[in-house]
Write a protein that binds this ligand. Sequence first.
Ligand SMILES: [Zn+2]
Length: 93
Amino acid sequence: MTTEFTKGQKKRYFEKGGNECPLCLSTNITTIGNPIRDDGDGMCRQQMQCLICKKEWKDVFRRFDIESISEPDELSNVKQFIGAKPKGEEDGK
Ligand SMILES: [Zn+2]
């Protein structure tokens, strides 16, 4: 059984940019593993751990934009997929 964070703990965590433990307020926190991809709901989760009090929690992110970083190696590889419709559009939704 885990204890939920209080509104005050969350508020402070957000105000600190997620850079300190919501429980003991140590800045000695780290990420565990890779972000967990969403199931199409746009929500991603990153497991976090405080190295001082050992508390673990998840940062929850909502995807609202994408930014291009680099060009693909082979444009010809991309063209193969241009004809594919996004998921959910095949059945006329
Ligand atoms: Zn802590």
